[in-house]
Ligand binder design. Structure first.
Ligand code: BGC
Length: 517
């Protein structure tokens, strides 16, 4: 038996609820829909499910703009639907993680609606309100991650407010103890309802006492690389001195950890964390120091343009250098924010279109053999490709809508799941049209069909996860050697007292092999 906590080795399946399964024919996925697909997820043998936000929200950033943290957006269902879902998840032997957004809320949250009215209302100090410069311009040079200034003007207060993402996502003022307490209550609300852990959104963008609102400095090492052009101005700056990664984050983390620990010591806090180039690991380490978050979500395998074999090795070794011996990090190859790995990595590894399935399975095996936890994004178990032919008028992601067609944003990885080839919209919905179109390209890989097809990625991955559960080197310790190999292979050992397992990933033959040594 392993002494490790469940989250130290967990394989976590990420659901984007808007696109998983529609149960009421409105073209939008919902909680009842998820409940109806839980056997399919359990069949993979994953340990936990993480569901992206389904709380009350005007959906400007599709749930990452919350207007009530303790209720369900009606298009996703009700709290009763949530209770039914979590109880079935637990019955099937899995844990549930939900996505809490502590850095910002919606501009339609009553907190912000009140705060923006005047400079002296009870919520006046719940956000970052700053006077304009004498010439009327914005307080400093901070930019929003989604493009443009990080400041918007509020005529009633004659002040600017801060938003690191959309202007509809005002940043909460974590220097205010009332704000911190309000967010603490959110944690208790969901833990009391049985949730096993939180994925904490954009923790590095939590802002506390930011005065005197220093300018960000220029990033002397900026190279565009394969960054989308629309994001380049943001990355021309260094943020960790002024705008991001501020001390208020640690106060937040410590508060949340105390709350989590009060629930039988088994609740998990995983923070989405980033830092200026080359600093992500250092920042992640600080965030997971004693008494803070249990783990951070590592972005390094998620690079927009994909990674070569050498790039994969460097990214893994950077993380292992800092975290070896612990389960304090989570790896992922895909999520709802970047082009799907089946497409992105195929190009970066210089593989041909007929090699997609073998590559996808290899990547799934690779990430679930690394130390710590890993997140598998819905559709990776099917090898779903990125969908790049969505007509501009049907695009939804505000980031993509703003910059299309030069930049497609994140709709390409968010199209609805497909379940049965022969069913309308692949079985996702009975509606005439769905919120994003179902890809006809995906139909040949429909989930329920693949779950019953011998040799499919779904089946091979499920068999692999069953094998993984019996490997002491992976399940009982979080220790691995540095990754070696050559331009087409990655080789490392997983090591426990009982077993040393040599893991070899060959990107020419697209096979993984394992040997006890
Ligand atoms: C989420 C994004 C979201 C952003 C702002 C993230 O990192 O994953 O989907 O747009 O935070 O909340």
């Amino acid at each position: 038996m392993s002494d490790l906590k469940w989250w130290e080795t967990a394989v976590i399946y990420q659901i984007y609820p808007r696109s998983y399964q529609d149960s009421n024919g409105d073209g939008i996925g919902d909680l009842k829909g998820i409940t109806s697909r839980l056997e399919y997820i359990a069949g993979l043998g994953v340990d936990a499910i993480w569901i992206s936000p389904f709380f009350m929200s005007p959906q400007r950033d599709f749930g990452y703009d919350i207007s009530n943290y303790c209720d369900i957006n009606p298009e996703y269902g009700t709290l009763a639907d949530f209770d039914e879902m979590i109880s079935k998840i637990h019955d099937l032997g899995m844990k549930l993680m939900i996505d809490i957004v502590p850095a910002h809320c919606s501009d339609l949250h009553p907190w912000f609606e009140e705060s923006r009215q005047s400079r002296d209302n009870p919520k006046a100090d719940w956000f970052h309100w700053v006077d304009p410069n004498p010439d009327g311009t914005v307080p400093n040079n901070w930019l929003s991650f989604f493009g443009g200034q990080a400041w918007s003007w509020e005529p009633r207060r004659q002040q600017y407010y801060l938003h690191n993402f959309l202007s509809e996502q005002p940043n909460l003022n974590h220097a205010n103890p009332e704000v911190r307490e309000a967010l603490n209550q959110v944690a208790r609300f969901w833990f009391d309802r049985g949730v096993d852990g939180f994925r904490l959104d954009a923790v590095h963008t939590i802002n506390g006492d930011q005065a005197p609102y220093l300018d960000n400095t220029a990033n002397p090492d900026f190279v565009p690389g394969n960054l989308p052009q629309q994001q380049q101005p943001f990355f021309r700056q260094l943020h960790d001195v002024a705008q991001l990664n501020q001390p208020a984050i640690q106060t937040f983390s410590e508060n949340y950890r105390k709350i989590a620990d009060a629930y039988n010591g088994d609740r998990f806090l995983m923070g989405e964390v980033d830092g200026d180039k080359g600093r992500a690991m250092e920042v992640s380490k600080t965030f997971t120091d004693t008494g803070r978050l249990h783990a951070t979500y590592n972005f390094d395998l998620l690079t927009w343009g994909g990674l070569s074999v050498d790039g994969l090795r460097d990214a893994i070794n950077n993380a292992v250098d800092v975290f070896n011996g612990s389960g304090r990090l989570c790896f992922a190859f895909s999520n709802h924010d970047v082009p799907r790995s089946a497409t992105r990595q195929l190009a970066a590894l210089a593989l041909g279109p007929d090699q997609g399935d073998a590559m996808q399975l290899l990547l799934l095996k690779l990430e679930t053999c690394l130390i710590g936890s890993s997140c598998v994004y819905q559709g990776e178990e099917l090898g779903l490709e990125d969908v790049t032919d969505i007509p501009v008028e049907q695009m939804q992601d505000p980031w993509g809508v703003k910059f299309a067609p030069a930049f497609l944003g994140r709709d390409t990885c968010r199209t609805p799941m497909v379940w049965e080839k022969s069913n309308q919209h692949g079985g996702f919905s009975t509606a005439e049209s769905t919120w994003l179109p179902v890809s006809s390209q995906h139909l040949k890989r429909a989930g329920l069909d693949m779950a019953q097809t011998d040799g499919s990625i779904y089946q091979q991955f499920a068999q692999f996860l069953a094998w993984r559960k019996n490997q002491p080197a992976i399940m009982n310790a979080n220790t691995m050697s540095t990754v070696s190999g050559d331009a087409r292979t990655l080789v490392f050992d997983r090591i426990s007292d009982a077993q040393t397992l040599r893991c070899t990933f060959d990107f020419d033959t697209l096979t993984a092999s394992f040997e006890e040594i």
